[in-house]
Write a protein that binds this ligand. Structure first.
Ligand code: MG
Length: 379
């Protein structure tokens, strides 16, 4: 029986992880759940899974806690994340919150000796050096939940002691893959929120349309697999069946295939190294017929070029890339800037804040604040 804490349980990944817990009550005991502000949904989850602790980061008044849920300790704010990550006794901590708060949670969970199932991109993007160093020191390698990184991780299980030469990071290309530059510039939030294959939260769906998501994933892969950015190749694959692969020196490519359903990578991380039933069927290759691959267009999607520049620059450049993008996406969703403005603001922030350091958590949080401030002033 594994004791699991889920940070971000009312989000898309958290909900699917609970679905796997529901399928395997003999394997998983849910000990902690946290949400940002979805209290009714969190209450329902507490009622069903009966964790020891639950938290709302936006805060909760004890009077609001329903009578029948008083068996559970409710907490608020940053303290709730800290308790779920490191204080409640757990074997596994699934970090599926969105944003830079994930960095502190991952560091707290690792320091407490937890196995981290990583579904938060920001932790590696902004503090990859701190996270990987601590994971190595604690002897608790990170288990990636992002579908591409899970695919790479699965392929590397077959590598024995052979080092991969390159990584093939697949990308669906998003809803604007076939659009021209002028049309992308003026895309509306409704158009950007229509992802062709994956059903995900709003921020990551916009990031898929702009390909900032793939830029963030190059950064994640750099840290998870200790691979320089020039050896991480982005391959546009509109069907989203091949979830990524690795190239070996003998010319062999190993790739992982599956239908686009996050329960597969979530289940793999939860049960690793075992494979368990997830409710997902294998893809039907005969009905798919063929799979296609294209080179990404870095003119139409500047995010890839900016991500590589940020990785080469080092310091807090990736934190600036991430913080500026997050603030710009929020401004785009409020219809304050055009879609094309997202990349321009990120590039501007990277130029303005060039040279900021990322030696510790405080430096990183400061670079993140400066990047957001830049976007709020320049939008
Ligand atoms: Mg992904």
């Amino acid at each position: 029986m594994k004791r699991i804490a889920i940070l971000g349980s009312t989000g898309s990944i958290g909900g699917q992880a609970l679905d796997i817990c529901r399928r395997h009550p003999d394997r998983y005991r849910v000990v902690a759940l946290t949400a940002r502000g979805s209290r009714e949904k969190l209450f329902d989850q507490v009622r069903e899974f009966r964790p020891e602790m639950a938290g709302l980061t936006e805060g909760i008044d004890p009077a609001e806690i329903p009578e029948d849920l008083r068996f559970c300790t409710f907490m608020s704010g940053r303290e709730a994340l800290k308790a779920a990550a490191a204080e409640v006794a757990a074997d596994q901590v699934l970090v599926s919150i969105v944003g830079i708060a994930g960095l502190e949670s991952v560091l707290n969970a690792l320091a407490a000796g937890r196995q981290v199932l990583l579904a938060n991109k920001e932790a590696l993007v902004t503090g990859g050096h701190l996270v990987t160093e601590l994971a190595a020191k604690m002897g608790k390698p990170l288990l990636p939940v992002d579908s591409e990184h899970s695919a790479i991780f699965q392929c590397l299980q077959q590598a024995a002691n052979n080092r991969a030469e390159r990584i093939l990071l697949t990308a669906s290309g998003g809803p604007f893959r076939t659009w021209d530059r002028e049309r992308i510039e003026k895309a509306t939030p409704a158009e950007a929120l229509k992802h062709p294959n994956w059903n995900m939260g709003a921020k990551i769906t916009i990031d898929s349309a702009s390909m900032f998501n793939k830029g963030l994933e190059i950064m994640e892969a750099r840290w998870l697999f200790d691979m320089p950015e020039e050896k991480i190749e982005v391959v546009v694959h509109p069907e989203s069946i091949v979830h990524s692969g690795v190239v070996f020196r003998d010319g062999a490519v190993l790739a992982q295939l599956g239908v686009p359903d996050m329960r597969v990578p979530i289940g793999y991380a939860m049960a690793y190294p075992e494979r368990i039933e997830t409710g997902v069927a294998a893809p039907d290759l005969f009905s798919l017929g063929k799979l296609t691959f294209e080179k990404p267009d870095e003119e139409k999607f500047p995010a890839l070029r900016l991500a590589r520049a940020a990785l080469r620059a080092g310091g807090a450049a990736c934190t600036v890339f991430n913080g500026a993008n997050e603030a710009a996406v929020a401004a785009f969703l409020r219809e304050e800037i055009p879609f094309g403005g997202i990349a321009r603001l990120v590039e501007g922030a990277m130029e303005r804040l060039d040279g900021m350091r990322a030696d510790g958590l405080e430096d990183i949080l400061e670079a993140d604040r400066q990047a957001r401030k830049y976007v709020m002033e320049m939008k």
